[in-house]
Design a protein around this ligand. Structure first.
Ligand code: FAD
Length: 466
């Protein structure tokens, strides 16, 4: 590896996380640096899974005032949106542009692409961005850096690599005979292009899971003129909750003093919620969630995951009011039909598949007949189960290891990845969803933007020290 490669950094994944690290590096680097930003998917370059939607009905689930990409410029996104008001108004989904507006995710993707372009244009002399549409499939550590192997055969020699791999498709719900998961009627990756076209040819479909991906699909199908029945199955029958604006609440838990017990904290949250709107109570915890998570002993973290996770996700990740209203209307019209239970089996025959459900608490089993099934059960976070060639290569070489809870990858506070031997890497870094085991709250913009700024500063600080 020659000396010039020491001033090169590769970022795998050009979603929100990778794009933002690249933008910070471009904005902050003062000495020559080449940044290689790589994404396998041209539609997702600069946008990632979340913000590559092209549909106006796919709204952000966070108000515009909280969606700035830069923690030190809280109005950045809002100002960008206000300057483009005419093109963003789209009733009934967007009727005004203001701090409390829920704007389209595609607009947020445009914002990210714009800020990357701006950062590239304004970068110091010798600071360059190389964009690659390619899949990273392997990585080797060298004495002075990293060799990243791309599917096209290109080998990039860089000083450091950031793995901003983000959200992976959901895992298959366990069933006795998983043969159906190879059927054309089954869509494991709800974000894959072509799923909508396939669904529109059916007269009924089943969405597995009742979280935000299900909401996307129910609304998308309805907007596209789907006439069929949309069945939804979830284990507990939970249903998405809308945002509601109101006065802020006091923080229910003292992150420093209250004992680190899930039961004690849940009681405190309930008590505070009786005095006001529960949404404000959940929101007041937001700045402390990472600290709270890190204070919990592993047994308490496991208890939280076992018993409370679905309820936490439901209350924490809410939908825009206009989206919640549309979903409610679909349920009331009978187009959306809700089922509670666990999928036990699939039997494909004729023009559809019969899905057997087991109700909770030993209730009666039931069946339903649909023509397609979409897995909306949420991103798979267990890295040992992922099909990614890059992840397999990294695990196989012992360059990364899953965290103890299998929520992501083990990493240090700045995002340095931990190898199989427990050593903190000085060349491999990550941010965003892979840090869930360490931080729990690490997928949404308000958290990831802080990590991106810090990681870029850390990488540049390292370069200066050299
Ligand atoms: C549908 C959806 C809606 C959301 N809405 C909001 C919201 O409104 N507000 C909010 O705050 N948060 C929201 N989030 C959460 C959050 O913003 C995202 O999780 C965040 O964008 C994560 O970005 P990321 O770059 O880490 O991951 P991703 O967006 O998943 O990007 C990872 C990228 O890496 C690429 N990649 C992976 N492996 C390779 C490889 N081997 N080679 C090359 N490329 C590779 C992928 O193609 C992908 O583009 C949403 C998330 C989702 C999924």
């Amino acid at each position: 590896m020659n000396a010039s490669s020491l001033s090169e950094i590769a970022i795998v994944g050009a979603g929100f996380s990778g794009t933002l690290v690249a933008a910070h590096l471009l904005r902050q680097a003062r000495t020559p640096l080449t940044i290689h930003l790589i994404d396998r998917d041209p539609q997702q370059f600069g946008r990632g899974v979340a913000y590559s939607s092209t549909l106006g009905c796919h709204l952000l689930n966070v108000p515009a005032a909280n969606m700035s990409a830069f923690p030190d410029q809280p109005q950045h996104f809002l100002r960008w949106a206000e300057a483009r008001e005419a093109s963003l108004l789209d009733p009934p989904w967007v009727t005004e542009i203001g701090p409390t507006s829920f704007l389209p995710r595609r607009a947020y993707g445009d914002y990210l692409c714009w800020l990357l372009d701006e950062a590239e244009r304004a970068a110091a002399a010798g600071v360059r961005l190389e964009r690659w549409i390619d899949k990273a499939r392997g990585l080797t550590l060298m004495p002075e850096g990293v060799v990243l192997e791309l599917a096209s055969g290109v080998r990039l020699r860089v000083a450091k690599a950031v793995l901003a791999l983000g959200n992976f498709p959901p895992g298959n719900p366990p069933v006795a005979d998983p043969g159906f998961y190879r059927s054309a009627r089954y869509h494991r990756n709800p974000w894959r292009p072509g799923v909508l076209t396939a669904l529109l040819e059916t007269e009924s479909c089943l969405l597995i899971g009742s979280g935000l991906t299900m909401v996307d699909w129910a609304i998308t199908l309805n907007q596209a003129g789907y006439r069929g029945t949309i069945h939804i199955v979830s284990r507990r029958g939970l249903w998405p909750k809308p945002h509601r604006l109101g006065p802020p609440a006091a923080c229910a838990i003292d992150p420093e003093r209250d004992p680190p017990s899930v039961r004690v904290w849940l009681r405190a949250i309930r008590r505070h919620s009786e005095a006001g709107d529960w949404r404000a109570v959940i929101d007041a915890l937001r700045p402390h969630n990472q600290t709270l998570w890190q204070r919990l002993p592993p047994a308490e973290q496991r208890r939280f995951l076992r018993h409370l996770r679905p309820f936490w996700d439901l209350h924490r990740h809410r939908v825009a009011p206009v989206v919640a209203e549309r979903l409610q209307a679909l349920a009331e019209s009978g187009q959306v039909v809700r089922h509670v239970g666990r999928i036990r089996a699939y039997r494909e025959s004729g023009d559809g598949v019969t899905v057997s459900l087991q109700a909770r608490d030993g209730g009666r089993p039931s069946t339903l007949r649909v023509q397609a099934v979409v897995n909306c059960s949420g991103s798979e976070s267990n890295y040992r189960r992922l099909e990614s060639a890059l992840v397999r290569d990294l695990l196989g070489r012992g360059l990364v290891r899953p965290d103890a809870l299998a929520l992501g990858l083990e990493a240090g506070p700045e995002g340095a990845l931990v190898g199989a031997d427990g050593t903190l890497s000085d060349r491999l870094f990550t941010l965003g969803p892979p840090k869930k085991g360490l931080l729990w709250e690490t997928t949404a913009v308000p958290e990831v933007r802080v990590q991106a700024a810090r990681l870029a500063a850390f990488l540049l600080g390292e370069a200066d020290r050299r």
